[in-house]
Design a protein around this ligand. Structure first.
Ligand SMILES: NC(=O)c1ccc[n+]([C@@H]2O[C@H](COP(=O)([O-])OP(=O)(O)OC[C@H]3O[C@@H](n4cnc5c(N)ncnc54)[C@H](O)[C@@H]3O)[C@@H](O)[C@H]2O)c1
Length: 336
């Protein structure tokens, strides 16, 4: 296949960023279709993909013969309805996280993919493509500093949009840590306990945060995740790993330091779009390379389900204030 012809479903913040990425920095793919109900967003997106055609829904786009692969960047509650016709069509898809908002829908997607008999769903856990996380995972696996004992994870946003509700702290934001902690430790998360930290009065009234999410893996590692979406100053995702013989940290800003008027300062990211720019590029390039051969090049639908199951335990703890246990279905051999 010369150029992978990609349809993007949902051209808001993430969808538009992926369109720009695919049409400017990624090789082997171009955007040929978009699906977006908001007329203004659709129009804005088409500026970056002038060759693309706009469709009313995924079925029409698939029937057009213009689409070899699909990238889904709508909010999670719409993913299942878009993924099912794509599974039926048998073409590769990159679905932004969270794969779905709840466990039953995540399992329905896995079951449909297993039935269709081919792995075609990649879930957008781009942290797995971030240089820092890759290095840290290798550090943990090598045991050069001895056994991993604990993880301290920081996930901070300057602010969040109006539609971001309290459950999204877990369901949307910490969904990343439910994946990456399992990926770093190579062990599933067995329990989750959410603690309310002192409330930030600058947070919108509907949000009760920051929170501390304590995740314990089957291997006995506790990851303490500070989830904080009203820090005002910038966007930070930092991970510190504590080993028997040392400590490793990733994710500090490496922006330019300036010394001026008796003080030094360093620039900080203000959005995930720049913090993970390289990881998104690598994620999408890996997907395009694999999708051109009909497959996937990253986290599977089962990884999507495992994160959703962690989220479910996290939401239960957010409500009860207690430690809650995560339970999982048996992994189909298809995903081994
Ligand atoms: N991987 C990451 O780091 C990362 C970062 C941000 C967002 N996300 C994920 O990306 C997804 C989108 O987030 P966003 O911030 O871009 O949201 P957004 O609100 O900016 O954009 C979503 C778009 O989807 C459109 N939409 C809604 N229903 C649709 C449907 N049925 N068909 C087509 N379009 C539809 C909306 O009109 C909107 O334009 C979410 O799942 C979010 O969690 C991932």
């Amino acid at each position: 296949m010369s150029q992978l012809r990609v349809a993007v479903v949902g051209t808001g913040s993430m969808g538009t960023d992926h369109i720009i990425r695919i049409n400017t920095r990624i090789s082997g793919a171009s955007i040929t279709a978009i699906i977006e109900p908001d007329q203004k967003r659709a129009k804005d997106a088409l500026v970056h993909a002038p060759e693309a055609k706009k469709f009313e829904n995924i079925e029409q786009a698939l029937a057009s013969g213009l689409v070899d692969a699909v990238l889904i960047a709508t909010p999670g509650e719409y993913h299942e309805a878009v993924i099912m016709p794509i599974i039926a069509a048998g073409i590769p898809v990159l679905c932004e996280k969270p794969m779905t908002p709840d466990v039953p829908s995540a399992l329905r997607i896995c079951a449909a993919e297993v039935k269709a008999g081919k792995k075609i769903i990649q879930v957008g856990f781009m942290r797995r493509f971030d240089e820092g996380y890759i290095e840290l995972r290798e550090q943990i696996a090598s045991q050069r500093l001895g056994e991993l004992l604990a993880l301290h994870c920081t996930h901070r946003n300057p602010s969040v949009p109006d539609w971001y509700g309290n459950d999204m702290l877990i369901a949307d934001s910490v969904s990343h840590e439910f994946d990456i902690v399992r990926y770093l430790t190579n062990s599933p998360i067995v329990s989750v306990e959410v603690k309310q930290l002192k409330r930030n009065k600058l947070a919108p009234e509907r949000l009760n945060e920051p929170i501390l999410v304590l995740m314990e893996t089957e291997s006995g590692i506790v990851a303490a995740v500070e989830m904080n979406v009203s820090v005002q100053f910038g966007y930070q995702v930092i991970t510190e790993a504590v080993f028997q013989k040392g400590v490793a940290e990733i994710g500090r800003s490496s922006g330019m330091t300036t010394w001026e008027a008796g003080r030094s300062s360093q620039s900080e990211h203000t959005t995930y779009i720049t913090r993970f720019a390289r990881a998104y590029d690598d994620e999408i390039q890996a997907w395009v390379n694999a999708a051109s051969k009909g497959g996937i090049g990253g986290p599977t639908a089962w990884d999507g389900y495992m994160s959703v199951a962690g989220v479910q335990a996290g939401l239960a703890s957010l409500r009860s204030g207690n430690k809650e246990f995560a339970t999982y279905e048996i992994k189909p051999t298809f995903y081994n």
